[in-house]
Write a protein that binds this ligand. Structure first.
Ligand code: FES
Length: 105
Protein backbone atom coordinates (compact mmCIF):
# COMPACT_ATOMS: atom_id res chain seq x y z
CA UNK A 1 0.00 0.00 0.00
CA UNK A 2 1.26 3.47 -0.87
CA UNK A 3 1.71 5.73 2.14
CA UNK A 4 -0.33 8.89 2.35
CA UNK A 5 1.34 11.96 0.96
CA UNK A 6 1.25 15.60 1.97
CA UNK A 7 0.83 17.99 -0.94
CA UNK A 8 1.12 21.79 -0.89
CA UNK A 9 -2.05 23.41 -2.23
CA UNK A 10 -2.00 27.04 -1.11
CA UNK A 11 -0.28 29.60 1.01
CA UNK A 12 -1.50 30.11 4.54
CA UNK A 13 -3.13 33.51 3.99
CA UNK A 14 -4.30 33.05 0.44
CA UNK A 15 -8.01 32.81 1.20
CA UNK A 16 -10.17 35.31 3.00
CA UNK A 17 -13.01 34.03 5.22
CA UNK A 18 -15.80 32.67 3.04
CA UNK A 19 -13.51 31.99 0.09
CA UNK A 20 -12.77 28.65 -1.57
CA UNK A 21 -10.12 27.35 -3.92
CA UNK A 22 -10.34 24.35 -6.23
CA UNK A 23 -7.22 22.20 -6.20
CA UNK A 24 -6.10 18.86 -7.54
CA UNK A 25 -3.98 16.65 -5.30
CA UNK A 26 -3.23 12.96 -5.50
CA UNK A 27 -5.53 12.68 -8.51
CA UNK A 28 -8.49 14.05 -6.54
CA UNK A 29 -10.49 17.21 -7.08
CA UNK A 30 -10.58 18.97 -3.74
CA UNK A 31 -11.85 22.19 -2.29
CA UNK A 32 -9.92 24.29 0.20
CA UNK A 33 -12.35 26.36 2.25
CA UNK A 34 -11.88 29.22 4.68
CA UNK A 35 -14.75 29.18 7.18
CA UNK A 36 -14.42 32.11 9.57
CA UNK A 37 -10.64 31.90 9.46
CA UNK A 38 -10.38 28.12 9.79
CA UNK A 39 -9.17 26.10 6.81
CA UNK A 40 -10.74 22.83 5.68
CA UNK A 41 -10.27 20.53 2.70
CA UNK A 42 -13.15 18.45 1.37
CA UNK A 43 -14.11 16.73 -1.87
CA UNK A 44 -15.06 19.23 -4.53
CA UNK A 45 -18.10 17.33 -5.73
CA UNK A 46 -21.40 17.03 -3.88
CA UNK A 47 -22.34 13.52 -2.69
CA UNK A 48 -25.87 13.93 -3.99
CA UNK A 49 -25.14 14.46 -7.67
CA UNK A 50 -22.05 15.22 -9.68
CA UNK A 51 -22.08 18.93 -8.99
CA UNK A 52 -19.27 21.19 -7.80
CA UNK A 53 -19.57 22.58 -4.30
CA UNK A 54 -17.34 25.40 -5.51
CA UNK A 55 -20.52 26.91 -6.90
CA UNK A 56 -22.04 26.95 -3.42
CA UNK A 57 -21.13 29.00 -0.39
CA UNK A 58 -19.72 28.69 3.11
CA UNK A 59 -21.92 29.44 6.11
CA UNK A 60 -21.34 28.75 9.81
CA UNK A 61 -18.71 26.06 9.29
CA UNK A 62 -20.73 24.34 6.61
CA UNK A 63 -20.69 24.33 2.85
CA UNK A 64 -23.92 24.65 0.93
CA UNK A 65 -24.51 22.99 -2.41
CA UNK A 66 -26.18 25.48 -4.70
CA UNK A 67 -27.94 22.86 -6.82
CA UNK A 68 -30.42 21.40 -4.29
CA UNK A 69 -29.45 23.15 -1.09
CA UNK A 70 -27.77 20.40 0.93
CA UNK A 71 -25.36 21.51 3.65
CA UNK A 72 -22.24 19.60 4.71
CA UNK A 73 -20.31 20.10 7.92
CA UNK A 74 -16.77 21.06 6.86
CA UNK A 75 -15.24 19.34 9.89
CA UNK A 76 -16.90 15.95 9.45
CA UNK A 77 -18.25 16.01 5.91
CA UNK A 78 -21.64 14.88 7.21
CA UNK A 79 -24.72 16.27 5.51
CA UNK A 80 -26.79 18.48 7.81
CA UNK A 81 -29.65 19.17 5.44
CA UNK A 82 -31.43 17.12 2.79
CA UNK A 83 -31.51 15.97 0.05
CA UNK A 84 -27.94 14.62 0.37
CA UNK A 85 -27.69 11.68 2.77
CA UNK A 86 -24.07 10.61 2.20
CA UNK A 87 -21.08 12.49 3.59
CA UNK A 88 -18.39 14.13 1.52
CA UNK A 89 -14.84 13.16 2.33
CA UNK A 90 -12.72 15.44 4.49
CA UNK A 91 -8.92 15.63 4.47
CA UNK A 92 -6.33 16.48 7.11
CA UNK A 93 -4.29 19.60 6.60
CA UNK A 94 -1.24 21.10 8.22
CA UNK A 95 0.59 24.37 7.79
CA UNK A 96 4.33 24.25 7.29
CA UNK A 97 6.43 27.36 6.64
CA UNK A 98 3.37 29.32 5.50
CA UNK A 99 2.11 26.65 3.14
CA UNK A 100 -1.06 24.61 3.46
CA UNK A 101 -0.47 20.89 2.95
CA UNK A 102 -3.24 18.36 2.47
CA UNK A 103 -2.97 14.65 3.27
CA UNK A 104 -4.14 12.43 0.43
CA UNK A 105 -3.93 8.67 -0.02
S1 FES B 1 -26.23 18.04 -6.15
FE1 FES B 1 -25.72 18.89 -4.23
S2 FES B 1 -27.61 18.79 -3.16
FE2 FES B 1 -28.09 17.91 -5.07
Amino acid sequence: MMPDQWIAIATENELAPGQMKRVEAGGRRLLLCNADGRLYVVDEMCSHEDYSLYLGCIQDGRIKCSLHGSYFDLETGQPTAEPADAPIRTYSIKIVAGEVLVQVP
